[in-house]
Design a protein. Sequence first.
Length: 134
Amino acid sequence: MKRAALLAICLLLAVVAWSQSDMDYQRWMKDIGATCGSLKKNLGAKNGEAAAADAKKLHSDFAQVQMFFEKKHSDDAKTFAMNASEGFNKIAMQASAGKFDDAAATFKATTANCGGCHDMHREKAADGSFKIKY
């Protein structure tokens, strides 16, 4: 039974990864920005339950971003996303345990992955919007 469930999950992830588009990526980035803002606010307010929920969502979102860049064969962007996903997973555990100072430090280190990826894989267009560079 566990094997069948695991196989189904792997198949679902493969289908999701295959169907990802640039529009999905743009939607994730907007959602990630909003959720990061919420996480920072919840960590500051020492709201462990809400902070953990935000961090878990970010962990999941960055797993999607990681698969997106894997499909695009962009190893450095994939690594940034993987590191961010792992960092937000750690923050979820820290926030759940009430370790807000540790979670805030991990948040700062984790979001550095965002800046690194943006520097390498984001290009500002003349109209002020951003395009993905692969």
